[in-house]
Design a protein around this ligand. Structure first.
Ligand SMILES: Nc1ncnc2c1ncn2[C@@H]1O[C@H](COP(=O)(O)OP(=O)(O)OP(=O)(O)O)[C@@H](O)[C@H]1O
Ligand SMILES: [Mg+2]
Length: 261
């Protein structure tokens, strides 16, 4: 049996106390409560089958990036277990299987386009020759060849987004996590990215996508989870959500789900 691409069980993330919390406690001579800080995600379960195209939707602050950061081992989780294709998410093998394009465009300002890709390849254990070949392929796919020697700050916003995606895909991950990949990109580039992400999925990659564009989720995702306040509200296909919430559009279903959950 093929293990699920992603299995999240009982994930809770409480961000540590903020400085303001600590100052307030000091002022009031209060002992630090064991439940301080900010509870972003609570007892969250999610199973995503291998090969699916999955959307994670929810308002600002719902916990989407927190969940993704936990999967990619970028934050310490408070409680819970996460497996990627049957491996614990913090094992080296699991980390190699996942490719993440973060919501924040976090490119190294001192590296040019080609170096960004080569360094990433090296980081994931690719040989120099292999990284060169793949970097060339990625620059062609994302139309960045003409900018190979240009550093990140001198790229346009859309080019930076494309580079972020190219970098996430450098090591040919089987689980591709895209945190708002089309935020702020123009109409044409959005369609182009959709085409590319779809192709990736057709070639067998499992995709986990977050977006605030409901038509994007409707167009691309086979299954959608709606989350709010760190909790799962609903999980179904776009059609399933429309019918459960007796809505004409996914946007209507979303608004009703968020109002009722
Ligand atoms: N490092 C942090 N320290 C404290 N609180 C945090 C931290 N990161 C996120 N949070 C809080 O956790 C909650 C969930 O944030 P998260 O970034 O996961 O939301 P999101 O669903 O990705 O939202 P958006 O759609 O705006 O990207 C928010 O209330 C946020 O302020
Ligand atoms: Mg986010």
């Amino acid at each position: 049996m093929v293990p699920n691409a992603l299995s999240i069980r009982g994930l809770t993330k409480r961000y540590d106390d903020t400085r303001a919390d600590r100052r307030r406690m000091l002022r009031n001579h209060a002992a630090a409560p064991s439940t301080g800080g900010f509870l972003a995600v609570e007892d969250f379960d999610l199973e995503i089958e291998a090969g699916s195209f999955f959307g994670l939707l929810g308002p600002n602050g719902a916990g989407k990036t927190t969940i993704i950061s936990a999967v990619c081992n970028l934050i310490r989780v408070t409680a819970g277990e996460i497996d990627v294709f049957g491996e614990p998410h913090d094992a080296l093998d699991a980390r190699r299987i996942v490719g993440l394009a973060e919501q924040d465009v976090n490119l190294d300002r001192f590296l040019d386009v080609e170096e960004t890709l080569l360094f990433h390849g090296g980081y994931f254990g690719m040989s120099r020759a292999e990284a060169r070949r793949r970097a060339g392929e990625m620059m062609d796919v994302f139309d960045l060849r003409a900018k190979a020697g240009v550093r990140a700050p001198k790229l346009s916003g859309g080019m930076r987004r494309r580079l972020l995606l190219a970098r996430a895909l450098m090591h040919e991950p089987r689980l591709v996590i895209l945190d708002e990949p089309t935020a702020g990109v123009d109409f044409e580039l959005r369609l182009e990215l959709w085409r590319y992400i779809r192709r990736l999925h057709d070639e067998g990659a499992t995709i986990l996508l977050t977006t605030h564009y409901l038509e994007e989720a409707d167009e691309l995702c086979e299954e959608i989870a709606l989350i709010r306040g760190g909790h799962l509200i609903a999980r179904d296909s776009a059609d399933g959500l429309r019918s459960s919430y007796d809505a004409d559009s996914l946007a209507d279903a979303y608004v009703r789900a968020m109002g009722s959950g």
